[in-house]
Design a protein around this ligand. Sequence first.
Ligand SMILES: Nc1ncnc2c1ncn2[C@@H]1O[C@H](COP(=O)(O)OP(=O)(O)O)[C@@H](O)[C@H]1O
Ligand SMILES: [Mg+2]
Length: 387
Amino acid sequence: MKIAILSRGPKLYSTKRLREACKDRGHDAKVLNSMDFSINVEEGYPDLLYKNRRLPNFDAVIPRIGASITFFGTAIVRQFEQMGVCCLNSSLGIITSRDKLFSVQFLARHNLGIPQTIFVKERAAILPAIQKLGGAPVVIKLIEGTQGIGVILADTDTVAEAIIETLHSKKQNVLIQQYVSESKGKDIRAIVVGNKVVASMRRRAKGDEFRSNVHRGGTVENVQLNEKYEKAAIRAAQIMGLSVAGVDMLEGKRGPMIMEVNSSPGLEGIEKATGIDVASEMVQFLERQCNIPEIDLRQRLTQDKGYGVAEIHIMKNSDIIGKTVSEAGFRERDIVIMSIKRKRTTISNPKATREILLGDTLLCFGKLENMESFIVKSRTRRRRKKE
Ligand SMILES: Nc1ncnc2c1ncn2[C@@H]1O[C@H](COP(=O)(O)OP(=O)(O)O)[C@@H](O)[C@H]1O
Ligand SMILES: [Mg+2]
């Protein structure tokens, strides 16, 4: 394949390793600087220029988009997607994972374990937010920080309040987060490729530092994850829409607490700590991904009027509880059930004989109008209770 590695640093460890891995597997790889592209948006002919020349054809793209160029970098990836070129991570996945608020909002509903996080804008809301987290110490984070920069541990409520006020006055968006003290100074980085964890390490902060980032002097060691941590990492990457991700987790009292999901995880620390050829794992996955490229469902589905994807929650008054998929009459009403979410498991492509239970969430594709007949109306949308 002809592979473009989008990176501004051809000499960076990760870029070099990816290039090597492509070559070792018989591909022709070129490192291209995202900033040298021009995007040509023309009806029917989405195109890209590179250094003002027409870009030769590529079969696949490995995006390594730095945090400082998220906007332009993801626009280039999006353009490759429009051109039908297979991208190792999607532009949407990269954008979603870049924003720490966006990420925890997405992750929170799936019960994977995240540190409780509050976002406020008004001065009057700062102290109540800190208190809602149980008071200081709390962690304060810039929404788009990386490498530990913009992550502060505040020891007292008043210091926390003052820091947040200062950042607000500088027009910065900040998160206030519960400090997971039992994980002090260490965390887990799991590299997810496709639907497996290919390598994982524990990072330890230097001295009194609480941030374990390698860029902050943290050290790394190989670690074997148990199933709970592996599952959480894989699911987190999947929820963020990333095929390749570095998932950072704190070791909480009750198990993993996901802090963030990185779309361009650095390879140096992890390859050195584990001895695993992560770059090659990524390239091998790319080869497979290109055979069945990911598609953006929203763009495809709108073609047929009135069809779409919706979730049907099976609530108390539903008259299909206890019926099988076939008895419930979905097919007759032009609806296909793609999956059933039942507690913590998901049943993909349920058979016609599968029984529908109270509490199930059915992910369906079909005539939206007909789906309404399966939805039991409740006057107010109840909030989910804490477990
Ligand atoms: N809520 C928290 N509790 C304890 N330690 C934390 C918490 N949030 C972050 N840390 C520490 O700070 C480091 C950096 O935080 P992170 O959110 O990953 O930001 P960055 O994107 O800058 O790496 C983490 O790797 C972890 O060691
Ligand atoms: Mg991090």
